[in-house]
Design a protein around this ligand. Structure first.
Ligand code: 48H
Length: 257
């Protein structure tokens, strides 16, 4: 059988449009495909929630690919290792309470498990705004990342979601938008984004988990975004807090009505 270019083209267009149309309304929309977002996507999809994850970049994985300073090994503590074990990511004890894992194995395995559990990843798509009705966030406003990068004046599309996770990392992009444009008070000390503080790994890892919360109705902060929103310190290349935060965000959503 000879291959036909037009059939290949139509196969891609048909399948992608069907997928995007199906996921225009979801239970959970996750913004950011770093470790926190991917872990949340896995647990939500596995529990049967219709879950879409939007990632600005072509590749998912966020800051985990590069380990520390591009040395592609990550460090996790005991509790973080349990999450890696759950995904089947191999890790090695470095010394009491410290384990290392190959960053590439960690990202690729967690992503693969999330997609196989049913989460749909929409890469190369940026969230540029939220839908707000009657004082509550109801969904996301999305556009192709190249539109954003080229500064083109192209209007976005919208995704309705019952719950949203901001797992956009250091920049806390969704929560910043909400604080700036939506007249919604976040349940932080200031009512807005508190901002990330300088490094203190031990405290930051504890606080990341504490700061993983529903920060305003229907919107959850996870990973570095949670810590930055509530004014916690950074932790450097230890990733247990990110993995545990994604898991906790999923659990909070699953236990909400
Ligand atoms: C679509 C977006 C948008 C947008 C951003 O940075 P991440 O890896 O986030 P986490 O929280 O899962 O992990 C943080 C970790 O990688 C890290 O940076 C650590 C531990 N730092 C400690 C330290 O001291 O430095 O991933 C966030 C993802 C990225 O892939 C972005 O491209 C994506 O979110 N993103 N996607 N629309 N508006 N904004």
């Amino acid at each position: 059988m000879s291959l036909n270019e037009v059939v290949i083209t139509r196969a891609i267009i048909d399948r992608f449009m069907q997928k995007l149309s199906d996921y225009a309304e979801v239970d959970t929309a996750i913004v950011g495909g770093g470790p926190a977002g991917l872990v949340a996507a896995y647990f939500l999809a596995k529990a049967g929630k219709k879950t879409a994850l939007f990632e600005r970049k072509l590749s998912i994985g966020g800051g985990m690919w590069g380990g520390g300073m591009m040395f592609n090994e990550i460090v996790v503590q005991e509790e973080g290792k349990e999450v890696l074990d759950h995904f089947g990511v191999s890790s090695m004890k470095y010394q009491e309470g410290y384990y290392t894992a190959d960053a590439v194995e960690a990202v690729s395995t967690i992503c693969s498990r999330a997609v196989q559990a049913g989460a749909k990843v929409f890469n190369c798509i940026s969230v540029e705004d939220v839908i707000v009705k009657e004082g509550a966030v109801r969904g996301l406003v999305v556009n192709w990342s190249p539109v954003e990068m080229a500064g083109l004046h192209v209007d976005p599309l919208s995704i309705e979601a019952k719950a949203i996770i901001d797992s956009t990392g250091h920049d806390t992009e969704v929560l910043s938008l909400i604080a700036r444009k939506a007249d919604i008070t976040l349940n932080t000390e200031s009512g807005g984004i508190m901002g990330e503080r300088s490094m203190w790994a031990d405290k930051a890892e504890q606080l990341t988990l504490e700061h993983t919360r529903e920060i305003c109705p229907g919107v959850y902060a996870a990973g570095m975004a949670a810590n930055a929103a509530y004014g916690g310190p950074r932790m450097g290349p230890i990733f247990g807090g990110m993995l545990l935060s994604g898991k906790k965000a999923a659990e909070l959503i699953l236990s909400s009505k």
